[in-house]
Design a protein around this ligand. Sequence first.
Ligand code: UDP
Length: 374
Amino acid sequence: MRYCVVGGGFSGAIVARHLAEKGRQVLLIDERAHPGGNCHTERDASTGVMVHRYGPHIFHTADRRAWDYVRRFGTFHPYINRVKAVSQGKIYTLPISLLTINQFFGTTMGPAEARRFIAGKADRTITEPRNFEEQALSMIGPDLYRAFFYGYTRKQWGIEPAELPASILKRLPVRFSYDDNYFTHPWQGIPEAGYTAVIRNILSVPGLEIRLGARFEDIEEPFAHVFYTGPLDRFFGFRNGRLGYRTLDFERFEGEGDYQGTAVMNYCDETTPWTRISEHRHFAPWENITSGRTVCFKEFSRLSGRNDIPYYPIRLVDEKKMLGEYLSMARATAGVSFLGRLGTYRYLDMDVTVSEALSACDLINQTLESGQQL
Ligand code: UDP
């Protein structure tokens, strides 16, 4: 019997390749017309710019194995994400750095002075932050929190930051230096030919059949084992309810030349309905496109409806309970392994997805070597 992999993002592609390399026959299905999941990239027909179809993706990692793995399947150009932000009528740099602090407060402080200054603003009564807002107030105080996080987060998540987990804010550093790299990982890059080309290369192996435009629900073939990277609740027919996601709407627009001078501009005020504008030619500086038409996307976040693409797992209290139920159902389902952002309902960056898929491959090896069934 063949093995089935549901979903052609990083998780599915890596596991499918591994099984095929181990001599197994594999069917990989994806309901979209392209592999690559939400990392999918394609050349914009009208401008020729390589576009990250489901929003900006920058590969960044501290896991050498994940970094070495992805680079086997495409050339990655070094790329540093330097995010700019509009707040209260001015432009700043993000993450919060010495430059942001000095610009915002109109000061010329050095690192030690700024550290003391921000410590004086931080709410020291909060010793164990219980949510996003407390985390922000205890780290940077109310002024920077209001200017850069409160409005943006309400737009991004649709709820008060006090209802969100502190872990979301912990994704972002606060720096007392002029380092404006959005990420802290040692290896950061974007594939020259786009992510879809990388994933197609991963999938290019004998013994692997790829069926696009196919829904798992419609496949009747029996399989030796299924590796499922689709939405966890959907696998169980939503029988315990729907896990909440935020979805994104992108408003595409074109311009002449350079629209905003940078790849990502965040809009932190609530008076602007979008969260950010991405100008995709800046994600591929090596292409050296400096003139001609440019293409940008305004990004709007909202609660995901039934027919929307799920992006960010919300993981509020209600969802956590439901998630617990689905996870125990998943554990009790023989013959199926659940992987990836959607399969495990977690806010995963690409590198974590790759690392976890490689660990799943290790587990497959151990199981097969011990002569057991997967
Ligand atoms: N965030 C914010 N203002 C910004 C950028 C981020 O308030 O200008 C908050 C927001 O809640 C977001 C979280 O920080 O969800 C994590 O940001 P990150 O850039 O990691 O979000 P992603 O790129 O995954 O959308």
